[in-house]
Design a protein around this ligand. Sequence first.
Ligand code: PLP
Length: 383
Amino acid sequence: MYLDYAATTPIAPEAVDAMLPYLTQTGLFANPSSIQHGMGEAAESVVERSRSRIAEPCHGNAKDFVFTSGATEANNLAIKGIALAHRDRGRHIVTTAIEHKSVLDTFKHLESQSFAVTYLRPDSNGRIVPDDLLKSLSDETILVSVMQINNETGVIQPIEQIADALADKNIFFHVDAAQSAGKLPIDLSAIPIDLLSISAHKFYGPKGIGCLFIRNRKRTPLAPLLHGGGQEFGLRPGTLATHQIAGMAEAFGIAHERQAQDLDHAERLRKLLLESLQAAGDFVVNGDPTHCLPNIVNLSFANVDASALLIALRDQVAIASGSACNSGAVEASHVLRAMGIEGDRLYGAVRISFGRYTTETEIVSAGRSIAEAVERLRTLALE
Ligand code: PLP
């Protein structure tokens, strides 16, 4: 059973159908930059149509969306791009201690380039306090980066409040929306966010494609990471992957059409999961119980080590300890640590995440398997 949707989702069949013609049909595989012939022009128009289909549900301007290989690249482009283009104005940048590694490691890199970084800690529920952020700003601050939904806890951050508070300041605001895009509404015409990262494989699109929203590129100049053929307004050169882009646009459209339905489904599954886990007794859910996306459940079972639980469940239920991108090495979650969680609760934390294609039967069965494994491990510990 696959309960690791926060790491990646299966691709929607409709997105696969949308991609196939650009892989197989004569002419449609043409390079979208080869606009000197009709086939290239046809491919280019698919790219531009897809850009508009992605911009529309977020009420953004299509020309403000730059395709990248995913959210890691979009985060790098946003953060390094702003820092390098605006370093003469100031060298202070602000983020949070609970960001994804693709943000944290980018800030670490900039620290080595003599930028001063503030890492804001969340409250014990995993939420950033906007007042703390405001207090951290100085005349030297050029960029603030805060994720919309945390990938380990599902906690929703007060992005609108932060954006409003920064609006009258000369500070760029970047949001990593990898976990929220397609799942929560976002109105870029109303919320003054300057840069927003999106990844298709988190909303039932293909892996290896995403985009960065850059509000009004003239007012938000960025230093590109790559240099080359000038594609994507010179900000992300390289031949565009028409099939990936078409698949992403299709998946994004469906995610928006089904948003309420997918959320309702996730709420039901969350309730059912927590009920089925009652049999395991003594566990605690980590993260804010109200400001959270229902499809990510982070919990710690008393007296049970997460790595032992993952091994016990290995061939039955696919869940994660901490964030999947860090797993392999069993290290305690930097997110839970920043929330002040320690000891057994820290080392016992697992992330269960599900979505559109998860059934109620699967959740009940997974809940049963997890409860049994927890009981076995507790009995073993007593022997
Ligand atoms: N940001 C967050 C919050 C994520 O959850 C992830 C993926 O796990 C990423 C960024 C990286 O996304 P991608 O896999 O598209 O590089």
